[in-house]
Design a protein around this ligand. Structure first.
Ligand code: SAM
Ligand code: SF4
Ligand code: SF4
Length: 343
């Protein structure tokens, strides 16, 4: 894997480059998190995508390869639950071979990590984000909609650490649901030495019945932790960094905050998403994706496909979260679900 200086980078209408691609490898999940795939809606008969509709690993790698000259350097594999996709380690190995890609990461609920962490590391995966919303079994079981125990996710985190991966833990905070878990989570992962990132509950999709009064503003989280263990702000590492970071004073340990609701970061958003069925989305809150799968499965040449993707990015003017700050946007009824688009 090399970080070569390739040209022809594209920018969108608001002059934002395309540098990150988040790729969903499945729309299926073994959890039913209330804020993402509520169990009442995504029941046993829910029609998830058939295998033939998913992009193959070869198709995914062709897309990534075509996106490198447009500016893409970072790849995140996500879902649904990406570890449910058979042979994910093979995809990691294939992406690692693509010239120009300098970073590959996976976002997972951690449930299958105990069995897969070493395989993924061996395939070249160095970074993983594991989602965990509470250390309290009852609350976590309710939030994941499956009664899945905390300890099994902690075992997954342990397995990834043991395999030599760098770990970030993601916690979605919902007022009245798990806000009492913020400080215990911060203390636990301070001791463990893994970066914990707090994500403001977002109005992704339509299924979760999002309400603004269920959002805990990041500043409240910083204040609550600061009272127990003092924090100081850390400057952004690079253009487009999503998380605001704080360091525990007198240490090199950090937390991060992803404040899509109270501190929108659209002006530096460099991410595109590709759903498991091959639709390209230029915003997490988009209502419509651009079908790439039919082009990948047609006679379209690499040059044609690449200029197609460049065109979508160049016409991008999304800034949903900034608009949300001013007034609730009117697009709510048509947003794509996050598990489908890739979180
Ligand atoms: N299944 C994997 C997981 O949960 O880590 C990957 C996909 S999931 C859609 C990606 C991330 O989105 C997770 O960290 C999850 O907590 C977060 N997420 C899902 N719905 C959300 C919401 N409504 N607000 C904020 N974050 C959300
Ligand atoms: Fe599954 Fe992740 Fe969505 Fe939870 S957040 S339901 S683990 S895709
Ligand atoms: Fe990027 Fe859309 Fe989120 Fe803004 S709302 S930061 S444009 S994904």
């Amino acid at each position: 894997m090399t970080d070569s200086n390739l040209h022809n980078d594209v920018t969108d209408v608001l002059k934002r480059p395309l540098s990150d691609l988040r790729i969903s490898v499945t729309d299926r999940c073994n959890f039913r998190c209330s804020y993402c795939m509520p169990a009442e809606i995504f029941g046993p008969d829910f029609p998830f995508l058939e295998q033939s509709k998913l992009l193959s690993f070869e198709e995914i790698c062709r897309l990534i390869t075509l996106c490198v000259p447009l500016g893409v350097r970072k790849i995140r594999i996500t879902g649904g639950e990406p570890l449910l996709r058979p042979n994910l380690d093979r995809l990691i190995g294939m992406v690692g071979e693509i010239e120009g890609i300098s970073d590959i990461a996976v976002t997972t609920n951690g449930s299958l990590l105990p069995g897969l962490a070493h395989k993924l590391r061996k395939a070249g995966l160095k970074r993983i984000s594991v989602s965990l919303d509470s250390l309290n079994n009852e609350r976590f079981g309710l939030m994941n909609g499956r009664g899945f125990p905390v300890q099994k996710v902690l075992d997954g985190i342990e397995a990834a650490a043991d395999a030599g991966m760098k770990i970030k833990v993601n916690m979605v905070v919902r007022k009245g649901v798990n806000d009492q878990d913020v400080v215990p989570m911060a203390e636990y992962f301070y001791e463990k030495g893994h970066v914990l990132r707090f994500i403001e509950y977002m109005d992704v999709g339509n299924a979760n019945g999002w309400r603004l009064d269920q959002v805990v503003p990041s500043q409240e989280i910083v204040d609550a932790i600061h009272r127990i263990r003092p924090l100081e702000p850390v400057h952004a590492n690079y253009y487009g960094e999503v998380a605001t970071r704080y360091r525990y004073i007198g240490s090199d340990k950090e937390i991060g905050l992803i404040s899509s609701v109270t501190q929108a970061f659209c002006s530096t958003c460099t991410r595109a998403r590709v759903s498991a069925e091959g639709k390209l989305y230029t915003c997490l809150f988009a209502s419509k994706g651009h079908d790439l799968r039919s082009h990948l499965r047609s006679e379209m040449s690499d040059a044609q496909l690449s200029s197609h993707i460049a065109g979508f990015w160049q016409s991008r003017d999304d800034k949903y979260s900034e608009e949300r700050l001013k007034e609730m946007p009117q697009r709510d009824n048509r947003k794509e679900e996050m598990f489908r688009m890739g979180g």
